[in-house]
Each structure stands twice: as C-alpha cells, then as structure tokens.
Design a protein around this ligand. Structure first.
Ligand SMILES: Cc1ncc(C[n+]2csc(CCOP(=O)(O)OP(=O)(O)O)c2C)c(N)n1
Ligand SMILES: [Mg+2]
Length: 656
C-alpha cells in the first residue's frame, strides 16, 4: 500500500480519536497506550500484517496479539477501521458496557478478530510464542503452501517486566522462531510513573542474550518504523523492536505522563487534542477519505487469501489440514479398542504411568497432540514414542522440552491451542500449578483445549515432603470456572479422563495423577467417568453409608467399605473423578448416588473444604494441614487415611 506519510498520519489520528472518545464515553479505560502506539500500528497494518477482515479466522493469517491488553481500544479501532464485521461503531460507542464485544480488555470469545484474551500482562507475549510454535509445527507438517505466517505482538513495559516474558523469550530464542516480532511500546511509563522508579534493566541486552534480534525505531516516524519492521522480518531470529513512543501522543497537556495511562483525557483535553491533531470530526465519526484508506488495506490480504485457497484446493493434505484446523478429532476407534481390552486385565500402575500408557495409544491416533513437560518428563510420563522433540532441526517434532518454565509453558500452550491445528498437553508437578495458575485460568476463560498433566498429586508422593505435596491444589483448581479437574482412581478412569479431555473442545482439563501405584478397580462399564461420579461398589448389607472418594483414595474407600460390610453395615463406594462433570448431572442422578438417607463420607487426600457441598453434614476425611517428609506408606496412616482410622469415625457417627 503506497500511502504517503500525511495520509498515514491521519489514519493514525483516527485511532487516537476513537480511543480517546471511547474511553471518555465509558468514563474508564486506557487512552495512553493506543494513542502512543497508533503510528506503529498504522504502519504494521498498512504494510506488513497479513490479514483479511472478511475472513477473521483464515488459517494462514498473521496473528496479531495485543499483549498490552489494557490498550484494547487500539485493537478495537484497528478491527473497526479495517472493516471487520465486529466491532461496529456502535459497539465501540458502548466500549466497556455490558454486551458490547468491546470489553475492557480484549476477549477472544467476544471478537473473532481478537486472537486471544489479554490483560494479565506478559501472557500475551507468551501466548504469541505458543502461536509461533504452532505455526512452525504446522508449516513443517503441511508445507509453505498451507502454513506460512507471522506472529506480531504489541507489548508494553509491563509485559516486559513480568517474569513470564522471560520464560517465553527463552523458548522463542532457543527454537529460532523468526516469524515472531514483538513491538515494544517503549514509552518509559507505567502506572506509578517513570519506569526509572522500578527498573534499570537493559531489556534489549536481555533479549539479545536469549537469542533474539533487537532493533529500535522512533515510534512516531513512519519511515523509521517501516525500516525496523522490514529489518525484523528479514532476520531469521525472533525480533524485539523497541519503538520509542510518547504515551498519549497527541494530547498537548497529558502526553508523556502516567496520568494518561488509565484515565479519560477529560472533555477539555479532548478539545485541545482535537485541535492539536487537526481533527475536526465529531466523536465516533471517521472522515470518509480516511476510513476509505483504512478499508482499502484488506484488499491485499483478500488477494493473498484467494491465492491460498487455490493452493489448498489442490493440496493432497487439504482434508487433514481442514480437520485439524476445525479442531475435530480423527475418526477411528483403535484407541477405544485398546482401552476396552484393559478392562479385562488387572494392571496395578500409578495413574501417571496409566496416563503415559493412554498417551502411547492416543498420540499416534491423534497427530495434532503436541506434548511437553517443564523439565519433569520422566516424572510426568508425558513423552511417547511418536512424540519426538520439537526443535529448529525438526519443527515437525511433537514434544517440547519447556525447561523449568511452568508459567511460560502453560501460556504457550494457550497460544498453541488458540492458533489451532494443535492440541497441546504439558506436565509439571501438581504443587507447581500455582506457578502457572493464571495461565490455567486463561485457558478456561479463553475456552482453550489445553490438557495439564499434573502429577505427584498428594502426600502420596512421599519423601520430597510438604514443599512438594499438594494439599489445597485440587480443590483450588475446582474453583476455576470452565475447567475440568480430573482425579482418576485407576488405569481405566485415567484412559476415560484422557478421552473426555480430548473431546472437550472448549474446556481445558487438569489431570491430577499419582506418583504411587494404584490397583485396577474397574473391570467393566463404558466411559463411566463422563458423568463425573458413579457407583463403583454397591452395598450388600442394607445401605447405611456412602463413601465418595477420588483418585488414590478410591482404593481406600473400597477397603473401608469391605470392613463396614464385614460388620453388617452396608456401604456404597462412589468414585468421583470429576466434580465439575458430576455437578452437570441431573438432580435425580446425583440424589441416587449421594442419597439423603445415608451417612455421606468424602475421602480425598487434600483439604476438606468444599466437600460439604457433596456430603452435607456427613464426614469429610482429608488433610487440612501441610504434609510431611516420609514414605507414602507411613504418611497415609499418619494423616488418618486408613481403614483403622476411618471405620471407627463412621461407627461413631452411626452410633453403633
Ligand atoms: C499481571 C498484571 N499485573 C498488573 C496489571 C495492572 N496493570 C495494567 S497496565 C499496568 C501498567 C503497565 O505499564 P505499561 O505496560 O508500560 O503500559 P503503559 O502505561 O505504557 O500503557 C498495570 C500494572 C495487569 N494488567 N496485569
Ligand atoms: Mg509503558
């Protein structure tokens, strides 16, 4: 697009006007960042970004990630100006109001043009790394004709201070993700004031040390911006482009100050800014010729897309490519046949091992699965024979050695899932889920199919002691909406939970898995875990007790049941591998499993908080303190997880 600099300046001013007016109308929001980055964004969209507003989900589009999500008006302005169906100018007028897709921060579920949900600073960059990984992987599998696009990120000082950016850039540098370009809004301002207050870090040096190419530009000089972007595109390494900008650029009295970061300019300053910019159009009106310039930008993308479609039409892999990008699992029941066969066996394995066995069956059958671990591959049992390492030497590899970067891994997996064409799974110890908790939360919020393989799920891990023994983690994960937390009891439930996780297209999953061996408890039934809870053992004697347990404690519940039955006290065992799925069952199903006329007892080697929802004022057997360092066989009885400790408690409550 050959737009001279005065037209580009007007286009950038359209972003400034929309941003300041929308924030003013909402009486909340962040005008400073969009006004400061308006010139960079205009150059990016007019000369570099591959996009087609008519096809926001076109698989080979460039990905644009607004990591500095507080500058959401930058994205909303760009999508409107370039002619996406959504948002409309009315949506922008209703910025930050209920039912407007122009939410306070960009949400991928609200707008097709928002590649991901951003706002938690730093995670946008890390998700972009995941997108760039997915792009290289799919490029290696399907070739340049189908997959060859770039990932552009706008990040602020805040994104580059957050620790997760460092984890992410380490991965990007290692894997030479040359298609990744981070445009740093280098305005030396954060909320509290000058960045001098809080940092003296040499960010370019840090990026260079991580294997990145770094360049700089004057973020208000269009020719200089274009030069830097061209340089970044040409370099085979991922690039950081330090764009020196002035926050709130255009506002005569507030530009350059932290006061413009997160507050409306105010009516008077808006008048003064209009004056200074020479912008006479009323609020939310873009002069026709400027809008026409913006709308013309999509034409190049439309052309590229139709060329791409022509290539796809004759590509022998087109069906497989379309299937993967649509997120549909392959047909075929090889895996099911293997899992059915397991029912007839009696395999005593740790559920982390059962997960590996399931993965050995699933990863060849589901080629879009891309695994990994945060340096605990041998403990998380996440690697299978077909998942060879992903590296610059072989981007077709399906296994990522994420290193000790739990947060970076989780955020990257979000990016991979949102890119599409890939189903990421990755492991660490359950206790370290806190390190990546906000990314797990974003998986759920973004409806991203990510599977977290979180092993060593209780005091049962033994001698590593309380630093490594999760106590509150399983229950605290259950607090996150739209997240399925699975704690399977044996090899059969583990296979079922993996199946459910893969089929849950819009819900991420956590698999909480044991280090220690567990006996096989199931020899029949089909996908019983799908109901979240089911009757594993029925009472023989008249039923007085129902024991509800998860994971490793289901075996204990069965033993408690047998002891009670031997005393003539009838007891059911209900295995509850996924409380979220159980909650979704109808009232009759739930009342049948957890009936009001029995003493309800929960057994889980974690906090008891939360179990009252299921057992009412029955008994909750759990651990409401930190664990201890000792072998698992010693710890379970020490913390009251034994038939000898539990049966008397039940008898006392029954008054027998
Ligand atoms: C993880 C996280 N911590 C804190 C915040 C709150 N917050 C939003 S913007 C911001 C300052 C960011 O500074 P910068 O990225 O330089 O943005 P600028 O002020 O230049 O627009 C903070 C602390 C957040 N959104 N995410
Ligand atoms: Mg800043």
């Amino acid at each position: 697009m050959n737009l001279d600099t005065s037209r580009l300046a007007q286009m950038a001013n359209a972003i400034r006007a929309l941003s300041m007016d929308a924030v003013q109308a909402a009486n909340s929001g962040h005008p400073g960042m969009p006004m400061g980055m308006a010139d960079v964004a205009t150059v990016l969209y007019s000369q570099y970004l591959k996009f087609d507003p008519a096809a926001p989900k076109w698989p080979d589009r460039d990905r644009f990630v607004l990591s500095a999500g507080h500058g959401s008006m930058l994205l909303y302005s760009l999508l409107y100006l370039t002619g996406y169906d959504s948002p409309t100018i009315d949506d922008i007028r209703k910025f930050r109001q209920l039912h407007s897709p122009c939410a306070g921060h960009p949400e991928n579920t609200e707008l097709a043009g928002a590649e991901c949900t951003t706002g938690p600073l730093g995670q946008g960059i890390a998700m972009a790394v995941g997108m760039a990984i997915a792009e290289r992987h799919l490029n290696a599998v399907f070739g340049d004709g189908l997959v060859d696009h770039r990932t552009w990120v706008v990040a602020g000082d805040g994104c580059l201070m957050e620790g997760v950016n460092h984890e992410a850039i380490g991965l990007a540098g290692l894997h030479k993700l040359g298609g990744l370009n981070v445009l740093w809004d280098d305005n030396s301002i954060t909320i509290d004031g000058s960045t001098d207050l809080s940092t003296c870090e040499n960010i370019p040096a840090r990026y260079e040390a991580a294997g990145w190419h770094v360049t700089r530009c004057d973020g208000h000089d269009h020719a200089d911006i274009a030069r830097a972007l061209a340089e970044a595109q040409a370099d085979p390494r991922p690039s950081l482009i330090a764009c020196k900008t002035v926050i709130g650029k255009g506002s005569p009295n507030k530009a350059g100050s932290h006061s413009v970061h997160g507050s409306p300019l105010g009516a008077d300053e808006i008048v003064a800014t209009r004056e200074a910019l020479g912008w006479s159009a009323p609020a939310f009106e873009i002069p026709a010729e400027i809008l026409a310039d913006w709308r013309s930008l999509g034409a190049k993308g439309a052309e590229l897309r139709s060329e791409w479609e022509a290539r796809v039409a004759t590509d022998p892999q087109r069906r497989e490519f379309a299937r993967r990008m649509a997120g549909k699992l392959p047909e075929g029941d090889e895996a099911e046949a293997v899992f059915k066969d397991w029912l007839g066996q009696s395999q005593k394995v740790a559920t982390r091992k059962a997960s590996e066995m399931a993965l050995e069956v699933l990863t060849p059958a589901v080629p879009e699965m891309v695994g990994g671990s945060a340096d605990l591959t041998g403990s998380n049992n996440t690697k299978t024979k077909v998942t060879t390492p992903f590296s610059p030497a072989d981007y077709a590899g399906r296994y990522l050695y994420y290193g000790i970067r739990e947060f970076g891994m989780a955020a990257a997996m979000n990016g991979m899932a949102l890119h599409g064409g890939v189903i990421p799974y990755g492991g660490t110890f359950l206790v370290f889920s806190d390190y990546c908790r906000n990314a797990i939360r974003l998986s759920a919020l973004q409806q991203a199919r990510v599977v977290y393989v979180l092993t060593h799920d209780s005091i049962g891990l033994g001698e590593d002691g309380p630093t490594h023994q999760p106590v509150e983690h399983v229950m605290s994960m259950r607090l996150i909406p739209n997240l399925n937390v699975f704690r399977p009891a044996d090899i059969i439930e583990t296979a079922e939970c993996w199946n459910i996780a893969l089929q849950s297209e819009a819900t991420p999953s956590v698999l909480a898995l044991t280090r220690q061996n567990l006996p096989q408890l199931r020899d029949g039934g089909d996908m019983l875990s799908a109901k979240g809870g089911y009757r594993l053992r029925a009472a023989s004697a008249p039923r007085k007790v129902v024991l509800a347990a998860t994971g490793s404690e289901v075996e204990l519940a069965c033993n408690v049941r047998d002891a009670l039955e031997a005393k003539g006290i009838g007891a059911d065992v209900v295995s509850m591998p996924c409380l979220e799925l159980f909650d979704a069952q109808d009232a009759a199903y739930k009342a049948d499993l957890l009936p009001a006329d029995a003493l309800l007892v929960s057994i889980e080697a974690g906090v008891t908080w939360g179990w009252q929802k299921y057992v009412g004022n029955g008994l909750t057997i759990g651990i409401d303190s930190f664990g201890a360092s000792a072998p698992a066989e010693v710890l379970f009885p020490h913390f009251g997880f034994s038939v000898e400790a539990i049966v008397p408690k039940i008898e006392a409550r029954l008054g027998v």
